[in-house]
Design a protein around this ligand. Structure first.
Ligand code: HEC
Length: 216
């Protein structure tokens, strides 16, 4: 009997006391914050896409949300985080993706409504205009030093295509890894720090498609 009462007390603390959730991640504590910061710019009333601003709006989309973020189709950005360092970077971090996946797999619980943050669209940071010249990706070893400030994926880029710079001393600098060409094509990926490549460096492409680079 005592166990039964304890169980009732525990369950009545969570929304939808009759449902069983296998995760501690909740909408009101973690997921709403990720959504507000990364998704509401487009996913709220009067914006480009259907609203994800409330639990009631988002709950029916839970499985699709997991699918879209795991495949990095949402938010539309196109490049993997951590391979090349960009400002801004709209991609979700691995931790954010894991929280969303855990939340959905655990039954997408709402949680304590007192924890809910204000759910207003936050403008996604825009890329500042950064460079003087746009040139095609050099196909051969560089005839002179080059300072790269950004990368623009062009037509025909296949998913999974990677660019890396190889210096003559053998060091390799990851530049970009395209995961979703539809979102990445034509976008300026501005490097946080310009990358200086000495003469005789090469930019190695694994995959296919055209790229431009922004240089000083
Ligand atoms: C820059 C605008 C933008 C941002 C930011 C954005 N989305 Fe979207 N999203 C869209 C648009 C537009 C669609 C409509 C479908 C399409 O055109 O692909 C969409 C569609 C979706 C879909 C439905 C996919 C389907 O067809 O099954 C899901 C789920 C989704 N978004 C989740 C998210 C999540 C989660 C975030 C934040 C982590 C996010 N989106 C951020 C613009 C955006």
């Amino acid at each position: 009997m005592r166990i039964f009462i304890l169980l009732c007390l525990t369950l009545s603390g969570t929304a939808g006391a009759h449902e069983f959730f296998s995760t501690k991640v909740t909408w009101t504590r973690e997921i709403s914050r990720i959504i507000a910061k990364r998704c509401l710019e487009c996913h709220s009333e009067g914006r480009k896409a259907f609203s994800l601003a409330t639990y009631a709006d988002a709950r029916p989309w839970a499985k699709a949300i997991k699918e879209e973020v795991l495949n990095r189709r949402m938010p539309p950005w196109g490049a993997a985080k951590g391979f090349g360092d960009f400002v801004p970077d709209h991609a979700l971090s691995q931790e954010e993706i894991s929280l969303i996946a855990d939340w959905v797999e655990g039954g997408a619980p709402e949680g304590d409504r007192l924890l809910l943050p204000p759910m207003r669209p936050t403008a996604l940071p825009q890329t500042a205009s950064i460079a003087k010249r746009k040139v095609p990706l050099p196909a051969a070893a560089l005839p002179a030093q080059l300072r790269i400030r950004g990368i623009i994926p062009g037509p025909g880029v296949a998913p999974g295509t990677q660019l890396a710079a190889q210096r003559p001393d053998g060091t390799v600098e990851p530049l970009i890894w395209i995961v979703e060409p539809r979102a990445a094509t034509g976008r300026t990926f501005a490097l946080r720090e310009p990358i200086t490549l000495p003469k005789a460096s090469r930019i190695v492409k694994q995959g296919s498609g055209a790229f431009s680079i922004l240089v000083d």
